[in-house]
Design a protein around this ligand. Structure first.
Ligand code: FE2
Length: 281
């Protein structure tokens, strides 16, 4: 990255009326000097007060390219005083005492929690895979006794009737041919909505056929085992996402539509602008 400098509005024109300062960023022209990271800046006034973080990236512009000079408007700073310095932070990593250090990633504190794992089923890349459980799958070897500690006093049937038992079944990943003897699991996982209205996992079986070497993992398992079961599940989840949710249901699905649109429809056809396919992606 390069130099940051700022000047007050009024010295230049073309900026909006609420602009208090314009930050000019010159990115070095050395190889690798540009970045696509989010860059935040802080302004420092004459009393040493540091402003809140500003995110100067312009979403429609490819900022911070090698050798470029970019202008960024900072607004609503009227009470801040005289800016004497600008500091910048590259999101994702930063330098502390000259050493490159990584910021704590989002989710760092909660990655091991069951609550976070449950939340990923709803807010992550495959939110449509979860189903309400009406009956325990024959392939899932859970018993009443196994689940009793996690259902807050309910039996499996009572949880089913209360509509607070859910499952995800990645049967589709069963027997996937993998190179180099790698393994992708085809897990079935059960989830329960607890009294705090949180979706939490209560059982994970990593492969479809119940067997001695295919146990049901439970939250009460060893603290080094249960997280591994969740990680294997997430590995299958990611596999499904990339092959189906992403590749198949977006690129491959739209490809024939894009080709047919360009081959068959006139530019003046009323449906032409309806298809958001311009052959990019
Ligand atoms: Fe893509």
């Amino acid at each position: 990255m390069g130099n940051f400098s700022g000047f007050l509005k009024g010295r230049s024109s073309g900026y909006s009326r609420s602009t208090d300062i314009v930050v000019k960023v010159k990115t070095g022209d050395k190889r690798g000097a540009g970045t696509d990271a989010n860059v935040k800046i802080n302004l420092i006034n004459e009393y040493g007060v540091i402003s809140a973080d500003f995110l100067p990236n312009v979403f429609w512009r490819d900022d911070f390219e090698s050798g470029s000079i970019d202008d960024f408007e900072v607004k609503n700073l009227s009470d801040f005083g005289h800016v004497i310095a600008i500091s910048r932070i590259m999101e994702g990593y930063s330098r502390v005492n000259g050493r490159l250090t990584f910021w704590k990633p989002y989710g760092y504190d909660g990655w091991k929690s069951d609550e976070s794992f449950g939340q990923q089923r709803l807010n992550c890349c495959n939110p449509t895979q979860i189903r309400r459980c009406r009956k325990i799958s024959e392939n899932l070897a859970v018993t009443e006794a196994m689940l009793w500690p996690f259902l807050e006093g309910l039996s499996i049937q009572e949880a089913v009737d209360a509509r607070i038992l859910y499952y995800i079944d990645y049967k589709i990943l069963g027997n996937l041919p993998c190179p180099d003897n790698r393994v992708v699991s085809s897990p079935i996982a059960l989830f329960f909505v607890n009294r705090q209205r949180k979706l939490i996992p209560v059982a994970i079986q990593l492969f479809q056929k119940p067997a001695k070497d295919n146990p049901v993992f439970l939250p009460s398992d060893d603290e080094n085992v249960w997280p591994l079961a969740k990680m294997w599940f997430n590995n299958a989840d990611a596999t499904y996402h990339q092959s189906c949710t992403h590749l198949a249901h977006t690129h491959l699905l739209m490809e024939p539509i894009a080709v047919a649109t360009h081959r068959s429809l006139s530019l003046s056809h009323p449906m032409y602008p309806v298809f958001p396919v311009k052959g990019v992606g």
